[in-house]
Design a protein around this ligand. Structure first.
Ligand code: 1SY
Lengths: 176, 176
């Protein structure tokens, strides 16, 4: 099952490396800018449609890119100084003050989406939603058992069917 | 099958993006340094053991890190300016002049290796070699059919059993 392997790859090749370092990056950001984030957890967006746009602003105008956190460099598999960085977003809401947090889509969903478009990948459009759910369940389970990552992330499942044309569905789900 | 999904992910999420840009990065490198590479193909190392060390020098002293190519930045799934970069290595051989090329291990093998170490991943150490071969076959097939990537890469299978203590197996295989 493709989603099972992609969830493991996302954890082993990324979350296990970056989540433990996040608190430090958020502290450095505060030292450099005086800005406090409302949460230092990594907010990970999981759209059931597997549609993960490059820019979140396209989904909801109440979500705006603020600034990147300081980057982390690691030697990985022969690439020297491979860069890992996260983006801080400012989420607005009429009632409350802006909510600053570190948020991004789960990039492996891009693979699920494109595999379902390619006839030779053996993966249909109908399979996609199922695979995103399997990705979510597998990843939740891995992260709950992970000492390095416990309590330092939030998985946010986005149901495009429930969103149903609500232009502020994304910001509402992130702030919840 | 985990390897099948990882090969697709490696192509869709990485090779399809970076390989077409490689020729341009190699040209920029020449403009900045006056150095020509012996090959502008991306050399991708696939050790059957799935062991992909951070630094190639540990495997063979005839392989030395030279410099990184200029980096490429892309907005991906909410991360602004995600960095993609490759390392140039200088490969020496007693008879010939040094061989400069862009080489790296296939990063997904790190996932295969670590999954085989984790009891909950459902993946045994015996499975590992089989999965690396499946990864190699799936990836070869995808790349052969890829218009964006054709003729711009080299897949180098490394058989630790054939290497058998030869301290220069890696450099020999890269230069071949
Ligand atoms: N050598 C190399 N250099 C790169 O810059 C790179 N970027 C991706 N990959 C490999 O390509 C494939 C597809 O990548 P994708 O982004 O969909 O998944 C990635 C992505 O969801 C996440 N991830 C890894 N690095 C980053 C990063 N810097 N920023 C955000 N997410 C990342 O964790 C997954 C697994 O990463 P890797 O296990 O390093 O291998 C990946 C993967 O096999 C790379 N390989």
């Amino acid at each position: 099952n493709v989603a099972h392997g992609l969830a493991w790859s996302f954890y082993i090749g990324y979350l296990k490396l970056v989540i433990p370092a996040l608190e430090e990056q958020v502290r450095k950001h505060y030292n450099q800018t005086g800005e406090n984030l409302h949460s230092s957890r990594l907010h990970i967006l999981l759209p059931l449609s597997a549609v993960a746009p490059a820019k979140m602003e396209e989904e909801d105008h109440n979500v705006r890119f603020h600034q990147n956190l300081p980057e982390m460099q690691l030697d990985r598999a022969g690439v020297r100084g491979r860069v890992y960085k996260h983006s801080i977003y400012k989420i607005t809401d009429h009632k409350q003050e802006p909510y600053y947090c570190v948020v991004e889509y789960a990039t492996p969903l891009l693979t699920l989406y494109q595999m379902s478009q390619d006839r030779t990948a053996g993966f249909s459009k109908q399979d996609r939603r199922q695979q995103v759910l399997l990705f979510y369940r597998t990843l939740s389970h891995i992260l709950e058992c992970s000492l390095e990552c416990r309590n330092r992330y939030r998985l946010i499942l986005l149901d495009d069917q429930r969103a149903d044309g609500d232009p502020h569905y994304l910001s509402t789900e992130i702030i919840k």
